[in-house]
Design a protein around this ligand. Structure first.
Ligand code: 5GP
Length: 346
């Protein structure tokens, strides 16, 4: 047994220190980014926020709504082949919308069939496993990169520099970072495993950027300020689940509870998701996600303006004219308190 004595940090442990700047208004700030992916060699331009590949969040409706503002979506993996083909063939060719998959043989067989028929319309793929530390996952990454050299490949999840390097050396363009921080994730409770998300981002971004790779910070953002901290810590992309939940674009019914309109939201390893897709929780495993009922929030548009406005505001406070400059201009201060909650927590 060993103990790492360094304190690792979460979003709630820091604030971004303001810096002198000549910027006068948020409207002067450009929060889009341009990247060239290291393996696919494709160029990317957009606001680097991605809707999570959860079945309520990574929907076609979400993808269309976010694409209007140049944000991305990782579609969930439960769509059928015909509907995926219809969706992708109607998209502009370079839209960064990710086809998602796990690492089972049926996942790969389905992907090969879809790619055969997709006529080059699928350019971005997200390979998602709860635990990116297994040999089977690494083997899969080598196999998919070998067969599909031109796809932009995002894969994870991991939380440490050495696995980030291994994935990038194995052919991944964007390493997905986060184990346990998600809003409906219970891995930390069930398994006692995880890593504070801000430190995971800092360490994995450092490892990735040294190899010209990119990272996507996945999970744990609860407010626009958390996205600003993730970008400030070096994230190239940020993935959101809970912050996009409860909207019209989600695949969830509105239910009435005591006269209030609510929407269901659950983790992809929750009992609810496993009952829906896997015929229940398999005997040898525990559910690692939960279900919550959220207030219904209407169309995504207003929430989206809040999120983008928050990131722009952070840039203004540190004098970053472009999102690209945010991490260079970020100094975090460690804090013991974030908010004044005398009138509530909202
Ligand atoms: P959020 O933005 O809601 O905090 O986090 C979203 C992320 O939580 C997803 O992208 C995914 O990585 C993770 N996640 C989703 N469902 C589950 C689950 O059931 N268990 C765990 N451990 N993580 C989940």
């Amino acid at each position: 047994m060993r103990i790492e004595q360094d304190i690792k940090l979460d979003f709630k442990d820091v604030l971004i220190r303001p810096k002198r700047s000549t910027l006068t208004s948020r409207s002067e700030v450009d929060i889009s980014r341009d990247y060239v992916f290291p393996y696919s060699r494709k160029t990317y331009h957009g606001i680097p926020i991605i809707a999570a590949n959860m079945d309520t969040i990574g929907t076609f409706a979400m993808a269309r709504a976010l694409a209007r503002h140049t944000l991305s979506t990782a579609l969930h993996k439960h769509y059928g082949e015909a509907e995926l083909l219809d969706f992708f063939t109607a998209l502009p060719k370079d839209a960064a919308i990710f086809y998602s998959m796990g690492i089972t043989k049926p996942d790969f067989d389905k992907f090969r069939r879809v790619m055969d028929s997709a006529d080059g319309t699928i350019g971005h793929v997200c390979v998602d496993v709860a635990n990116g530390y297994t040999k089977a996952f690494i083997r899969f990454i080598h196999q998919i990169r070998g067969e599909f050299p031109a796809i932009t490949l995002m894969a994870g999840n991991v939380v440490t520099g050495e696995m980030t390097e291994e994935l990038i050396l194995g052919g991944v363009d964007i390493v997905k970072v986060g184990i346990g921080p998600g809003s409906v994730c219970t891995t930390r409770k069930v398994a006692g495993v995880g890593y504070p998300q801000l430190s995971a981002i800092i360490e994995c971004a450092d490892a990735a950027h040294g190899l010209r790779g990119l990272i996507c910070a996945d999970g744990g953002c609860t407010s626009p300020g958390d996205l600003a901290k993730a970008f400030g810590a070096g994230a190239d992309f940020v993935m959101l689940g809970g912050m996009l939940a409860g909207h019209d674009e989600c695949a969830a019914e509105i239910v009435e509870v005591d006269g209030q309109r609510k929407m269901r939201f659950y983790g992809m390893s929750s009992r609810e998701a496993m009952n829906k897709y896997a015929g229940g929780v398999a005997g040898h495993r525990a559910s690692e996600g939960k279900e919550v009922l959220l207030d219904y929030r209407g169309p995504l548009e207003n929430t989206l303006q809040d999120i983008l406005g928050g990131v722009r505001s952070a840039c203004t406070y540190v004098g970053a004219r472009k999102l690209k400059e945010l991490s260079k201009r970020t100094t975090f201060v460690r804090v013991t308190q974030q908010l004044n909650e005398v009138f509530g927590t909202a």
